[in-house]
Design a protein around this ligand. Sequence first.
Ligand code: 5AD
Ligand code: SF4
Length: 464
Amino acid sequence: MQAGQTGTTQKAAAPRRKSLHVITWGCQMNVYDSARMADVLAPLGYAPAAGPEDADMVILNTCHIRDKAAEKVFSELGRLRLLKQEREAAGGRMVLAVAGCVAQAEGAEILARAPFVDIVLGPQTYHRLPELVARASRAAGAVIDTDFPAESKFDLLPEQTEPQEVVGFLTIQEGCDRFCSFCVVPYTRGAESSRPAAAIIAEARRMAALGTREVVLLGQNVNAWHGEGPDGATWNLARLLHALADLPGVLRLRYTTSHPRDMDDDLIAAHRDIPALMPFLHLPVQSGSDRILAAMNRRHDADTYRRLIDRLRAARPDLALSTDFIVGHPGETEADFEATLRLAEDIGFALAYSFKYSPRPGTPAASLPVQVPEEDKDRRLQTLQALLRRQQNDFNAACAGRTLPVLFTGLGRHPGQIAGRSPYLQPVHLTGPASLIGTEVPVKIEAAHPNSLSATLPWEYAAA
Ligand code: 5AD
Ligand code: SF4
């Protein structure tokens, strides 16, 4: 899933002596990590700050997956440096930490270019934050921790106790062993590792007890998840989804992001058998050209992907599909790109993300000799995005007039409105009472807008 930069002030519990501001870039796994970092620091007295200006500690939780990530971090650090200097001039202190995948990949460069940074920590070590904060306050220079430690951060995190969002993220798996040619994840997040089922079920149960109604299971390669079940057997993702669907309060389940090679028969059947599993699947294909898929080391071809989608649609006829594409991978010709357009035409995506290939240092594709010129990448991206936008608009327009269950997640943008999500992940808004937030209601979709649907409530809910 893609996300821009979000400046979030994370929740933290008493004692409220110091304040924390976390700036998050990248995927939902980073959003989850940011929340967990705030949980880890809460017992040290870190509470939410209104913004970086008021914070005693600022964490930049960074993403390295595409384009200029490190440059964005350095420019944000430039701004924070001024705040830190002002604070110090006034006799105060601001702890500055860089976390996440840029920290993992470019720790040494951060310390060299931004020596005012106090802490650099990789995605696997945020459970050590209290110790790093203590060491930073003693040390003259910065402290750095970008190990892949033997202990799991998940075992060492405090449990959530505060009210949870209606849609809650739960990281079940991290890292990846697939080594796609273009991707930095196997290097920044390390080898594939799955959390045990019992820990995941306990966390989901807690989230549901604290208000979460839709649980989104996260992992870089989430359908590679396999873990020890409470019965001692090895479970796959399908088995885990069955167990989570049985938890009280869990109305909806989703999982993201998956690899086509890890969609096994049980998981396809789960889409047929588990009503709580939403009929929407994000399944990146990256390209429609067999030549490029091979160069990408994706280990599937375009027709295997098409057949997989046929099987999923046979299991769950109303399944809507989302995907990721990269245009301009090294060696991509016009004919390869046309194969990508054909694949998109054949499948018909409800939603899709598409990117220009950007070389990531240290990945195999970055050193391939035939890089595609920037102007070809630009043109291909525009052509593909026009097609994908049309498909998304068609999908949304086809929802007008239908009745869809919507899970309300919060207030809408305008007074008197509430907003939520359809099963197909579309934002839906309507005029209705706030008392419906946290509930799922069948609503009549009236119209499709560029990025959302508007709807009306059935009369029996209007005065709820
Ligand atoms: N260049 C462009 N896009 C990339 N992605 C991953 N690495 C790169 C890269 N080097 C895209 C893929 C992936 C999504 C999360 O980001 O499409 O599925
Ligand atoms: Fe990266 Fe996904 Fe490929 Fe793993 S499967 S290497 S996370 S693109």
